[in-house]
Design a protein around this ligand. Structure first.
Ligand code: MD6
Ligand code: FE
Length: 217
């Protein structure tokens, strides 16, 4: 399916678009739940605010991050890991909202991953200019489970490569309501997000929110 670069009208859900073995884009898949997802995301962020984590190398990440679910992904000078509590408050992460779990399970099943049982959801807040350099999600114990990534708000260029860092990454423009799922042979594919272009989303303004679901242990 082709779409104009300048058309930001969310696409109705059509069919999975295979981007690599075990990796699909589900365009518009989360549109019907987007209102509920955003409301729930705002509640998670109110309980556990977005923060700019520090990498082991000492740099502050441009993406604001928080988590919900039993485990949350965190980074500091000592490394990357999953934690059952928010290091900022010492409290458990907010529970994973039902609509989050529902969209993750439905998307995973649509991509061929039945019985996905995520225990961690990373909530990422992007302002214009925020980016995520190419990386692998490899801090999870269970690499048989896929990663499910839900895009909300401003469009982003998602970079998706192979399991070899030096191979070039393809670019996909993800809109509000689009879902990416990668697992199986693509579970350790390098991926990232190009610097977010400024814009004004009808519901989120100058922001993108991304939800990434994983089975961490
Ligand atoms: C995205 N995010 O925002 C994809 N991975 O579209 C990620 O791949 C990601 O935001 C690991 C840790 C944080 C992330
Ligand atoms: Fe990632």
């Amino acid at each position: 399916m082709t779409r104009s670069l300048f058309d930001e009208t969310p696409t109705p859900y059509l069919a999975p678009e295979r981007i690599a073995p075990g990796a699909v884009l589900l365009r518009g898949f989360a549109l019907d739940l987007a209102g509920a997802l955003l409301q729930a995301a705002e509640q998670v962020i109110a309980a556990a605010p977005l923060r700019h984590l520090v990498t082991p190398g000492g740099r502050s990440m441009s993406v604001g991050m928080t988590n919900c679910g039993a485990l949350g992904w965190v980074s500091d000078r000592s490394g990357y890991r999953y934690s059952a509590s928010d290091p900022q408050s010492g409290q458990p992460w907010p529970p994973m909202p039902d609509c989050f779990r529902e969209v993750a399970l439905r998307a995973a099943a649509q991509a061929g991953f039945e019985r996905f049982n995520p225990d961690a959801c990373l909530v990422n807040g992007y302002a214009p200019g925020a980016r995520l350099s190419l990386h692998q999600d490899k801090d999870e114990c269970d690499l048989t489970a896929p990663i499910v990534s839900v895009s909300l708000g401003l469009p982003a260029i998602f970079l998706f490569g192979t399991t070899t860092r030096s191979e070039p990454a393809a670019r996909y423009r993800l809109l509000h309501g689009d879902v990416a799922v990668w697992g199986g042979p693509s579970r350790l594919a390098y991926h990232g997000v190009a610097p977010l272009a400024d814009g004004d989303h009808v519901r989120l303004g100058r922001r993108r929110i991304n939800l990434t679901f994983r089975r961490a242990r």
